[in-house]
Design a protein around this ligand. Structure first.
Ligand code: NAD
Length: 295
């Protein structure tokens, strides 16, 4: 494998492109938005600067990494020589199905098609292609250059050969790939999201406040970040959408999103990205807890 196409230059896409490029792969970074590509490259450059400052890499490593990345707004052009495509576009079923249908038509027969989806079925995505055995989930964690885990998700038809290739490739990136099967939420979110949802339920029931819940989990369970703050970082809309995928997929009420989470998303309180979630991220009150409406 030499040429990797990454679709989407957002939070995850630029991290995935960075990680492959730093390991010596040629990366074609594709996004429909020029702005996203510019922002993505800036983020990669800043993250590399931080690594140089910490003496984890040299200036030469930085320029080699950047030189390994080429950007495209045209998907067909960008995936032309790809051995592997890693799709990290917006989390939307219809969009992903459309992208994979197109990839199947324009990519070489041997190209492996991977998706970084957090919750959409790999089997469903694979089914719109003529190569379901070559479709696989490569679920990187945020921030990609730092986090070691890659959850490797086998769709119903993913072949052993493709799974082994992707597991080995992830190891060459210095990651720890972990193989799981394709059921709603996979493993990471199937366990994480009910914990976040239960934390919100605990707040909603008035058992404790935002900081108290996070403190119990940080100091009592040695979590680096409390679940409510983590939810703010992930995005409350993303948490809601993953819980709904599990609720629909298992038809089990234990995954039903807490009404407070639903209300907050409807009110546009999405966490860090909107400036307010369980905490206030506005410049004046950075990361202060938002207590008034919960206590
Ligand atoms: N953010 C996280 O913490 C996280 C963690 C793990 C997995 N994921 C998954 O990664 C994927 C990307 O999430 P993100 O947080 O980076 O999203 P994001 O919104 O930051 O970026 C998505 C990018 O996709 C681009 N895009 C949309 N349609 C496209 C198309 N047809 N072709 C090319 N580019 C297109 C958008 O312009 C945008 O730049 C999602 O599937 C998400 O579930 C996210």
């Amino acid at each position: 494998m030499k040429n990797i196409a990454v679709i989407g230059a957002g939070t995850m896409g630029n991290g995935i492109a960075h990680t492959f490029a730093q390991s010596g792969f040629k990366v074609q970074l594709i996004d429909i938005s020029e702005d996203s590509l510019t922002r993505g490259l800036n983020t990669i450059s800043k993250n590399l600067d931080r690594m140089v400052a910490k003496e984890k890499i040299s200036e030469e490593d930085k320029s080699n990494t950047l030189n390994n990345i080429t950007t495209f707004t045209d998907t067909v052009e960008g995936v032309k020589n790809a051995d592997l495509v890693v799709e990290a576009a917006t989390e939307n079923v219809d969009l992903k199905l459309k992208i994979f249908k197109q990839l199947d038509e324009v990519c070489a027969e041997n190209t492996i098609l991977a998706t970084n989806t957090s919750s959409i079925s790999i089997t469903q995505i694979a089914a719109v292609t003529s190569r379901p055995e070559k479709v696989i989930g490569m679920h990187f964690m945020n921030p990609v250059p730092i986090m070691k885990l890659v959850e490797i998700i086998r769709g119903y038809s993913t072949s052993d050969e493709v799974t082994t290739t992707i597991m080995d490739l992830s190891k060459t990136l210095g990651k720890v790939p972990t193989e799981v099967n394709d059921y709603p939420g996979f493993v990471a979110n199937r366990i994480l999201m009910p914990m976040i949802n239960e934390s919100i339920e605990t707040l909603y029931n008035g058992v404790a406040g935002v900081e108290e819940i996070d403190t119990v989990m940080k100091l009592g369970m040695a979590h680096p970040m409390g679940p409510l703050q983590l939810a703010d970082f992930i995005g409350l809309d993303v948490c809601l959408s993953i819980l709904n995928v599990m609720y629909d997929g298992f038809k089990n009420p234990k995954y039903a999103p807490c009404p407070l989470l639903v209300n907050m998303v409807m009110a546009g309180k999405l966490g860090v990205k909107s400036g307010e979630g369980f905490y206030d991220y506005s410049e004046s009150r950075k990361a202060e807890k938002v207590s008034k409406q919960f206590s």
